[in-house]
Design a protein around this ligand. Sequence first.
Ligand code: URA
Length: 236
Amino acid sequence: MATERFDKIIANQFNISRKDARIAIRRGKGTVDGQTVRDPSLLVDTASKIVFDGQALEYKKFVYILMNKPKGVLSASEDKSRKTVVDLVPKQFKRNGLFPVGRLDKDTTGLLIITDDGDFAHRAIAPNKNVYKTYEATLDGAVTNEMVEAFSQGVILADGTACKKARLTPIAPNKAQIMISEGKYHQIKRMFGTVGLGVNELKRTAIGGLRLPGDLSEGECFLLTEQEIDTIFTNC
Ligand code: URA
């Protein structure tokens, strides 16, 4: 049996502050298995039937949201003046503590996961976990066989930073797929910079075996199931 304080459950699952949860609970707004619970500190079995303010709760320990990140939005939880990916999460998926798993540059689009599960995020992005992230890059020149070979050996960035082996595949004139298993700052742009190519457009299309659905518009998102989350750890 997994238990949590009642105010913590209500605050996290209904995206309200702990203080507001405590006030509402004391006013008798929450029930557990049909009984009103007015003690915010009561340890409640998370599998119980919980109703708050007339709404039945479907308890989720963590949420995993797949977003097609649009251009012009920051990969961050909050910012004083600029719009963030967490600002774009629809109200029904909002929770306290949401953050993006790894960062896409402001002008990069595509697959981004937003979660409140720190352990999962670490497993998905730590370089030693070898989860490949797949991108499509539109370039200002053509990819040569020498570049494919250089990327497969691991390029050295202009500042001397060594990158792990990457898989580079030309897919159209001036367009390539690139797979990397780490996420250094502006990594792909800097990798192409070492071979004299500029990146005009960058889109992430997969993380491990989890692909960005082709029919998901930029800015849209949906909740992932546990099975879909697991596909991240099966590399393509
Ligand atoms: N590499 C980049 O250069 N930018 C991104 O957004 C992601 C990877």
